[in-house]
Design a protein around this ligand. Sequence first.
Ligand code: SF4
Length: 337
Amino acid sequence: MTTPVLSVQDLTVEFVTRRATLRALDRVSFEIGPGEVLGVVGESGAGKSVTGAAVIGLVDPPGRIAGGEVRLSGERIDNLPAEQLRRVRGKRIGMIFQDPLTSLNPLFRIGDQLVETITTHTDLSASAARQRALALLTEVGISAPERRIDSYPHQFSGGMRQRVVIALALCAEPELVIADEPTTALDVSVQAQIITVLKRLCRDHGTAVMLVTHDMGVIGETADRVAVMYAGRVIEVGAVTDVVRHPLHPYAQGLMGAIPTLADTAERLASIPGSMPRLSAIPPGCPFNPRCPYAYAPCTTIRPELKPPGLRAPAVPGRKVACHLYDPALAPEAAAA
Ligand code: SF4
C-alpha cells in the first residue's frame, strides 16, 4: 500500500480558557494519497479551518494540540521543533488562503516573491529560479508572464492574484497543498477557473490537496474524496460521488440536500433545523443528536465512532460514517432483537 502524503490520526485540539477547556477538534482522523484532493466540508464552526491550521502547526494560542499525530509522507511532523516545522511548511506544504494578500507581500514584485521562495527551498540559481517562476505563471494561466512578473500584487485582479498564490504555493514542489476557502472571495465565474487551475496543477505535479470549504459545489467540482465535519469531528468520509450523491450520516444528508442545482427552487432546498453547538455546549453522545430526526436512546449517551457502515449501506472501500444507525451492535433493530 502506498504511504499517504498526509495521515492525521486522532488529532485533538483544545482551547484552554479561564472557565473551561474547549475541544475544537475531537479525535479527527483522515488520510490523503498522492495526487488526491480531499475536500473537508462543514458549516462554519465545524472545525475545518482549525484542522488545516493544526496540520501545519499554526493553531493560535490559547489553542494547542492536545493529542493525536500528523504524518507527512510517513514522517511525524506535529512534534517537530518550531523552526523545523517552519521549514516543512515552506518547502513540503504549500498554503493557499481565502485572501491572496495573506500570502503576497504588497511591497514586493510578484517575481521577486516567487524567486525568493524558489531559491530558499531549492538549489536553483536566481536566474534559473526566474525561469521557473515564468513557467509557473504560464502554468497558472497568467498571459504574457514576461511583462507581468515585475508587477506588484495590487496591479492584478483578485482572480489573477489567487493564480499567483497558487504558483507561489507550488513553486517549491510541495508534497501537500492546503487550500482554505481558496475561491470564497472571488466572483463565481473566476471561482471555476481557479478551481480548474488548482486541480490540473496538483494532478500534473502529483501534489496532494486538502481543500477546506463550506461550498459543496466546489467540493463536487474538485475533490476525489470528501470528509464531512461537525462539531470538531469527522462524521462521514468517502469518495465524493458516494458522499455527495448518497450521504449516509443524517447531517451529511441535510448538507447535501442544501446544495442548490439548476433545477431547484427555493422551496425545494432542504435545511437542517437548529444550529451547530458552541464549543462550550457540545452535547454528550452524538453531537448532532439535538438536531437529528432519527435520534434514539443511545445517541444521547454513546459517542458514535467513525467506521465502515455495517448496516443499511454497501461496504465500499474507504467509506466511513459516525452514526449508530449503521452500527450492527447499536442500531435500533439490535435493541429490539
Ligand atoms: Fe442521529 Fe443518532 Fe446517528 Fe447521531 S448517532 S446522527 S443522533 S441517529
